[in-house]
Design a binder for this molecule. Structure first.
Ligand code: NAI
Ligand code: MG
Length: 489
């Protein structure tokens, strides 16, 4: 019996096997104490007719070992194949995607030589819930789901991470000026949790200007926490402006699991040519060894790697005349790193890890919120390609009598009835808001309605041949409005 941790390894597709072999050789030479179970995932498995891209036996291996070291995989184009990356992250509860983005200037050309930012991306929710529907001939929908437990976990993780690694500032990026309910929740949770970390500076930025500032002045940022889609985009920008997306590693962490991978994909254009840079996967390996507490091995690899870069031994993607000295392939690069194990860089910073930084981040179990919920109306979505806003509005006004009345109609979110503008372009998709028939205009003082009122309304609409495609209930939670108003309402 050995006490070595057993991890799961997938060599992946495209350049995956080459960079994984190179990385495992370096890890072996550096004395990583690990045993491996290899699994096949990705293209081969998809093309064998398994639309998930992974077999049941591989799931068993993953769940047993709890640590997954993964090379990039190819998701075949075209219908039916679900992204295996998203499936693995969500199935194993890997809620935090951590991507350190650091410059290695002047050895790797970067416009931002002092950049050292960590992007922490929420990894399970948002538009990546993948709940999409075509609702009418013209209109398609994707649901953006943001939850309190998901948001609390990732925001708390970001502050704990900052504390562990002595980082000074956490910036949250949202679009809460537009998405007041979903991004508004993320921002509010951030403000609340930030109060528990007075030792760390916190600030909120709107994602569009935030991303622009990050690209222009990354030195002003330290830790960035954001929602899944924004994080996906912002972390690629951040990785790319360090010099190359080919250098970035990432960890995907959950309560009990960790998955470690390069930021980049399977690069089929250079697969099998011994051209790929293994650095992204190697930095993921360093993160994994840190996570497993093998800090000496992690330091040794990182320092030998910095020394290799410093000496100008570069793969084609980062090779620059005048800066680089020797252009090497994947395996020769790995050999160069192995030859430098035990030595330290002279100009780039020497990595010295501190056990304290790697104390496990424990997020308290979520306490389910209780809230008083009152039904105050319903949005009825209607498919109608023939009518105008006024025609539909007048028709629905005459139908609504069962305790509910039509308040307004919007098309793509903008109010078109009553008193719409003739300039507004309308699709065949109408959101018709019904509220208590005795309501005044004040949206904060709406009267309660019953489920029976809703059912009666739907029956009446059905009898009038109105094509209802979906309904969304309108609630107050703890007496407060919990839905957005129509633009112009
Ligand atoms: P990609 O990251 O594979 O390639 C983009 C460009 O960067 C290509 O020109 C490629 O040659 C270059 N490149 C990437 N990694 C490199 C490396 N280590 N060394 C040198 N050059 C490198 O992105 P692309 O082309 O959009 O995707 C290719 C496939 O990878 C797709 O099937 C995609 O679904 C998959 N993919 C998988 C990921 C994963 O498994 N985590 C992540 C992203 C994409
Ligand atoms: Mg991405």
């Amino acid at each position: 019996m050995t006490s070595k941790p057993r991890i799961t390894v997938a060599k992946g597709d495209g350049i995956g096997p080459e960079i994984m072999d190179a990385t495992l050789r370096i890890m072996e030479a550096a004395g990583a104490e690990l045993d491996y179970d290899f699994i096949d995932i990705g293209e081969k498995v998809y093309l064998d007719g398994n639309t998930a891209g992974i077999t049941t036996e591989s799931w068993d291996t993953l769940r047993r070992n709890k640590i997954f070291f993964k090379a990039p995989i190819t998701t075949p184009q075209g219908g039916g194949y679900k992204s295996l990356n998203v499936t693995i992250r969500k199935s194993l509860g890997l809620y935090a995607n951590v991507r350190p983005c650091k410059s290695y200037a002047p050895y790797v050309q970067s416009k931002h030589p002092d950049m050292d930012v960590v992007i922490i991306r929420e990894n399970e929710e948002d538009l990546y819930a993948g709940i999409e529907h075509r609702q009418t001939a013209d209109v398609y929908q994707c649901l953006k789901l943001i939850t309190t437990p998901g948001t609390e976990k990732i925001v708390r993780y970001a502050f704990e991470y900052a504390r562990n690694f002595n980082r000074k500032k956490v910036t949250c990026m949202v679009k809460d000026n537009i998405m007041k309910v979903t991004d508004g929740l993320f921002a509010q949770v951030f403000r609340d949790i930030a109060k528990e970390y007075p030792d760390i500076e916190s600030n909120l930025k709107i994602i569009d200007i935030g991303a622009a500032l990050l690209a222009d002045r990354p030195e002003d940022f330290d830790v960035v926490v954001t929602l899944n889609l924004y994080g996906d985009i912002v972390s690629d920008i951040a990785a790319q402006i360090t010099g190359s997306v080919g250098l970035g590693g990432s960890s995907n962490l959950g309560k009990d699991f960790g998955m470690f991978e390069a930021v980049h994909g399977s690069a089929p254009d250079i697969a099998g040519k011994d051209m790929a840079n293994p650095s992204g996967l190697l930095s993921a390996a360093v993160m994994m060894l840190e996570h497993l507490g093998q800090l000496d091995v992690a330091e040794n690899i990182a320092n030998a790697w910095s020394k290799t870069l410093e000496e100008g031994i570069h793969t084609g993607d980062i090779y620059r005349e005048g800066v680089s000295k020797t252009k090497v392939g994947t395996q020769a690069f790995a050999d160069a790193v192995i030859a430098r194990l035990g030595s330290k860089p002279e100009k780039l910073p020497v990595l010295k890890l501190d056990q304290e930084s790697f104390k496990p981040i424990v997020i308290p179990d979520y306490q389910r919120k209780v809230a008083q919920k009152d039904l105050v109306g319903v949005d009825v979505f209607v498919d109608d390609a023939q009518c105008t806003a006024d025609e539909l509005g007048n028709k629905l006004q005459s139908i609504a009598k069962a305790g509910l009345k039509l308040k307004m109609i919007t098309n793509r979110g903008v109010k078109v009835f009553p008193d719409g503008l003739p300039e507004t372009f309308c699709t065949d998709h109408w959101r018709c808001r019904f509220v208590h028939s005795e309501n005044s205009k004040d949206v904060h003082q709406m009267k309660k309605v019953s489920k029976k009122d809703l059912l009666d309304l739907l029956t009446a609409l059905n009898e009038a041949d109105v094509d209802v495609i979906k309904t969304e209930n309108l609630y107050y939670f703890d007496g407060k409005i919990a839905f957005s108003l129509g633009q112009g309402e």
